[in-house]
Design a protein around this ligand. Structure first.
Ligand code: FEO
Length: 172
């Protein structure tokens, strides 16, 4: 059984994850509009993964008999200056999500909620990977600089990313 504070915080996190999905969908559209289909694919996969992250919280709340409260999703930006600018914003956003997850872990710890504490460990690990992926692409984009053929090669590389659905019913 979850306490009210925890339920409210987890519902808010569903919203954070769906906002992330919305943000990456917008970034995918931006890349498509500038002809970088591989980057657009990478962001589309990211969008789908964020929906899974949101659904994992959703299913956890339901499994605990808690109410689901779906909050409004804020408008996202839709224009960026460059691919590098997009990934710098992506990393900044993921650092914000890492903080949200850490705050949830704190709430679980303070209320001695072992079930939620264990459940959140998946997200703690996932955030390490999320930030690492963004840093890797930022480094590559910095190496490429203004070199168009380097950018097209990176685009080809990002076109190979595929989506693997997450089992959002698994609690750990
Ligand atoms: Fe759901 Fe990208 O963190």
């Amino acid at each position: 059984m979850l306490n009210e504070n925890m339920i409210e915080a987890l519902n808010k996190q569903i919203n954070e994850e769906f906002f992330s999905a919305y943000l990456y969908l917008s970034m995918s559209a931006y890349f498509d509009s500038i002809g970088l289909k591989g980057f657009a694919n990478w962001m589309m996969v990211q969008y789908k993964e964020e929906v899974d992250h949101g659904m994992k919280f959703y299913n956890y709340l339901l499994s605990q008999g808690a109410n689901i409260k779906l909050l409004p999703i804020a408008e996202t930006p839709y224009k960026w200056n460059s691919p590098l600018n997009v990934y710098e914003e992506t990393l900044k956003h993921e650092q914000h999500i890492t903080k949200c997850i850490n705050d949830l872990v704190d709430i679980a710890e303070e209320s001695k909620d072992r079930a939620t504490f264990n459940f959140l460990q998946w997200y703690v690990d996932e955030q390490i990977e999320e930030e690492e992926n963004d840093r890797e692409i930022i480094d590559k984009l910095k190496l490429v600089g203004d070199n168009k053929s380097g950018l097209f090669m990176l685009d080809k590389d990002l076109a190979t990313r595929t989506y693997t659905p997450l089992n959002t019913n698994e609690e750990v």
